[in-house]
Design a binder for this molecule. Structure first.
Ligand code: AGP
Length: 611
């Protein structure tokens, strides 16, 4: 979604702002803009609809000079993508410029009030109210105006503000939308995401909700909503920019698919001592586990699919009832959850608005809350506390389509299942040892599964014209099919749907006909015979069956499939970690063959911070 950058220092700000915006472009956007305080003390604004190149061309034609500025990439919510609706927005005189991520929920009533007091609006955005509001509240101190404005603004926001009357300061504020402040000698940076400032500094502060940051050339100060100064321990970012660059791959998505062996290893190692029984990384006592009545795993999109896989594993190994729920539905259904229940929020970004809202609801109702999250310092991680956050160490995921975050989420789900199983006394330590040993081998097996790339490239060159693709499977293979269908539709725009293989004959089979492409995932040995009969039903309708199948089942599956994609063997429970590789690669190759914008699919944003 939208991205924010800001700079104060001694260098020209616009190249720094543009570089930051480029690094945030993976989040998805449809217009962009910058505002810079010039040497004449005026704010110069440049905005352009469409790609950053348009803004860059505009800046070449109409240069802006100055060492203090803010910038923004906008993903339209209120008002169409246009030059006018692009941020930054200013007050009537152009003395105050504002960039904003999030949604101001009471913008309609504020707008009426501001108009009555003389404000003239030029855009359809909710953000513009902030610029006019600050102007009307300003009495010689922007910090005071911002603090007052925050008591009047409802909704979510990360704000960057500059003002001609205080030309050597950048202000920022946050509520429910991430904002990070970076600093080094004489320079300050603000950004909605770390990659935007990482080429300048690795020392950052994460602003908390209802706090403001004041940056000048002497440093950074943070204040709470009452104006009290707050101390934040700086966080040193360990990963470097190369982790967030393509590194020779054609796309981030392909690079991130290939990073999975490493991501899996990094996520597993801190939780593995060699022998089962040490589950100190899990923030639950044996007593708490024994008393657990239910676990709710709540998330969106790909993270939800990891939760579905988690449900199968936890119920099997720990015999605790688990529900996997879509966060946007969960919050509004008056969920039944309370004491002696565990709520696990799963989120790559840690910023997804629906997941955050569901988490708050569960917390309010007395459940124990935990998070599986990839971003240190993110809102969800902070909301549950670091001690209750199980980090996936996938590294920065830039492609909008999630790949390595998914595998590490599933891996953590399997680890949680093993831990709960043993703590509850349902899983024998021999079986736990066997599973942990196999997880230890996983990076090498995933590497092997990546070898399917060539076969998939050839196959997709003939399959890419397909208009519909069905994914089927049973048990964990169904969980995986959900993810495979999402991946394909989001990057290749092909209509794809996942069905539990046994459910086909209850309706969807009506859609099967000569030449229809069906991708079947077949990794669950215990369900093999049932799945094979489903394949026969599919073949009998003339469909073209591609089977993603484990090596040990090759002989039995060969007669039922038109194409086999073989993956290495491991325990049934861990097979999703391997089978997902060719399914991700399939989506990637199809998108490339169709000439799609793989890393930034249309209409999508990396981190969905609105409900
Ligand atoms: C994944 O490919 C999607 N782009 C999307 O479904 C994503 O998983 C979802 O929006 C949840 O994001 P999160 O993990 O950052 O919470």
């Amino acid at each position: 979604m939208c991205g924010i950058v800001g700079y104060i220092g001694n260098q020209e700000s616009s190249p720094i702002l543009m570089e930051g915006l480029e690094r945030l472009s993976y989040r998805g956007y449809d217009s962009a803009g910058v505002a810079v305080i010039g040497s004449d003390g005026k704010i110069n604004v440049r905005k352009a609809k469409g790609r950053l190149e348009n803004l860059e061309n505009l800046l070449k034609e109409k240069t802006v000079y100055g060492t203090v500025g803010i910038g923004h990439t906008r993903w339209a919510t209120h008002g169409e993508p246009s030059d006018l609706n692009a941020h930054p927005h200013t007050d009537v005189k152009g003395d105050i410029a504002v960039v904003h991520n999030g949604i101001i929920e009471n913008h309609v009533s504020l707008r009426k009030q501001l108009e009555m007091n003389g404000a003239q609006f030029v855009s359809q955005t909710d953000t513009e109210v902030v610029a006019h509001l600050l102007n009307q509240l300003y009495e010689g101190d922007m910090k005071a105006a911002l603090l007052k404005a925050m008591t009047m603004l409802e909704g979510s926001y990360a704000l960057g503000v500059i003002c001609t009357r205080e030309p050597d300061v950048v202000y920022c504020a946050r509520n429910d939308s991430p904002l990070v402040i970076g600093f080094k000698d004489g320079e300050g940076f603000i950004a909605s995401d770390i990659p935007a400032l990482l080429s300048h500094t690795r020392d950052v502060i994460f602003l908390k909700d209802k706090e403001i940051g004041v940056l000048d050339r002497s440093g950074v100060k943070v204040f709470d909503i009452y104006g009290n100064e707050q101390h934040h321990e700086p966080y040193h970012v360990e990963w470097d920019l190369s982790s967030a660059e393509k590194g020779g791959y054609a796309h981030y998505m392909l690079k991130e698919i290939h990073e999975q062996p490493e991501a899996i290893k990094k996520t597993f190692e801190p939780r593995y001592s060699g022998t089962p029984g040490d589950y100190s990384w899990l923030p639950l006592t044996v007593e708490e586990v024994k008393n657990l009545r239910k676990i709710s795993i709540v998330a969106c999109g790909t993270a939800y699919h990891a939760g579905v896989a988690g449900r199968y594993a936890i119920e099997k190994l720990a015999r605790i009832p688990v529900e996997a729920a879509i966060a946007s539905e969960y919050r509004y259904r008056d969920p039944i959850i309370g004491e002696n229940e565990l709520f696990i929020a799963v989120s790559q970004s840690g910023e997804t608005a629906d997941t955050l809202a569901a988490l708050r609801e569960a917390k309010r109702r007395g459940a124990k809350v935990m998070a599986v999250c990839n971003v240190v310092g993110s809102t969800i991680a902070r909301e549950v506390g670091d001690e209750n956050t199980l980090y996936t160490y996938a590294g920065p995921e830039i492609a909008v389509a999630s790949t390595k975050a998914y595998t590490t989420q599933v891996e953590l789900m399997m680890l949680i299942a093993v831990a709960l199983g043993q703590m509850k006394g349902e899983l024998a330590s021999e079986k736990a040892q066997e599973l942990l040993d196999q997880m230890h081998q996983m990076p090498a097996l995933v590497e092997k599964a990546l070898g399917t790339e060539e076969q998939l490239q050839k196959f997709t060159s003939i399959a890419s014209h397909k208009k519909h693709v069905f994914f089927v499977g049973r048990g964990l293979d169904y969980a995986l099919s959900l993810e495979a269908a999402l991946k394909l539709k989001e990057v290749s725009y092909i209509f794809s749907e996942a069905y539990a293989a046994g459910e086909l004959k209850h309706g969807p089979i009506a859609l099967l006909q000569e030449g229809r492409l069906v991708v079947a995932t077949i990794t669950q040995t215990a369900l093999l015979d049932k799945t094979l009969s489903n394949l026969r039903e599919i073949k009998a309708r003339g469909a073209w069956v591609v089977a993603v199948c484990r090596e040990s089942l090759k002989e039995k599956v060969t007669p039922e499939a038109d194409e086999l994609i073989l993956i290495p063997d491991t325990d049934d429970l861990l097979m999703p970690l391997l089978a997902v590789i060719p399914l991700q690669m399939f989506a990637y190759c199809m998108a490339v063959a169709r000439g799609c914008d793989v890393d930034k699919p249309r209409n999508l944003a990396k981190s969905v911070t609105v409900e």
